[in-house]
Design a protein around this ligand. Structure first.
Ligand code: SAM
Length: 293
């Protein structure tokens, strides 16, 4: 079996395997395939008589995933997880035993310096998972008016200093266009003071906001929360890992209010200290699971 290395380490892996209750012969969807860590572990459990359908918007994740999944019962599909009903219909399937979503970006995307996800990226600033659709992020940053930019950074980044950052972006644009991730990150660092208690880079929240906007991430999640419960067999599990409160709040509300869902996790499942030490990216992860009523 060939497994090319992925730098992404699957978060809350044991917990996802437990809570999805995957078993031999099961049919599971991994709607955010990424580096394939969750999908491969699930595939080993469902075995030859089962199937894992791996979906990702990122063509690079799907291409690498083909080689990394060789010999395992995994079927890869490039697309948006919110289109799962159509994906299943094309495969001649109606419902599945479990669905896993592990939201946000993967460390593979972050590590690819040409894609501009990382603060030091010198390629064009582009935070799209699927670079063939929509508007590149550098164009959005150079196009939006100051107020819209500030509102976006505040709403999707929960950044208190959004106005100051938007002002700095607009002033810089008057001199020259912002093109790279490194240029934008430096500009933000120069325009806002680093808070003494803060451990994260001052550019973190603005990049999160731009990434969410570039991919319409909250829209995909909202659509998925409406559509995905119908793709589950009775008792089937929907497991969602989120990394910030804008996502977690939506998942919590949907699981609480949707009569098709029975929330199995009253509080979100959090990584252990040991996992966070091994994989600091896990520190803000929250897993919520519902069963199809
Ligand atoms: C955190 S990573 C998933 C990592 C994966 N669970 C693993 O173990 O390697 C998130 C992945 O979801 C993809 N993604 C984000 N939003 C998506 C969407 N709406 N539909 C499909 N894929 C999406 C991203 O391109 C990224 O590869």
């Amino acid at each position: 079996m060939s497994e090319l290395p992925s730098v992404h380490v699957a978060v809350l892996l044991d917990e996802v395997l437990d809570w999805t209750a995957a078993r031999t012969g099961g049919l599971i969807v991994d709607g955010t395939f990424g580096g394939g860590g969750h999908a491969r572990a699930l595939a080993r459990i469902v075995g030859e008589t089962g199937l894992v359908i791996g979906i990702d918007r990122d063509p690079a994740a799907i291409e690498l995933g083909q080689a990394r999944s060789a010999g395992l019962p995994i079927r890869l599909i490039r697309g948006n997880y919110c289109d799962l009903p159509e994906v299943l219909e094309e495969l001649g399937l109606e419902t599945v035993d479990g669905i896993v979503l592990d939201l946000g970006l993967s460390s593979d995307q972050l590590a690819d310096s040409e894609r501009g996800f990382s603060f030091s990226g010198t390629g064009p600033l582009d935070l799209r998972f699927d670079p063939t659709r929509g508007e590149p992020t550098w164009r959005l940053v150079n196009r939006l008016g100051e107020k819209n930019l500030a509102d976006l950074i505040y709403a999707y980044g929960e950044e208190r200093l959004s106005r100051r950052i938007a002002r700095a972006i607009v002033e810089q644009r008057q001199k020259s266009e912002i093109r790279t991730a490194a240029e934008l990150a430096d500009l933000i660092r120069r325009s806002v003071p680093r808070q003494r208690h803060e451990r994260i880079d001052p550019a973190t929240r603005t990049f999160q906001a731009l990434r969410i906007a570039s991919n319409e991430e909250l829209k995909s999640l909202d659509v998925a929360l409406r559509r995905l419960p119908d793709c589950l067999k009775p008792g089937g599990r929907l497991a969602i890992i989120s990394f910030h409160s804008l996502e977690d709040r939506r998942v919590k509300e949907a699981f609480r209010n949707d009569p098709r869902c029975e929330a199995l996790t009253k509080k979100p499942v959090r990584p252990t200290d040991e996992e966070i030490e091994r994989n600091p990216r896990a520190r803000s992860a929250k897993l919520r699971v519902a069963a199809r009523a």
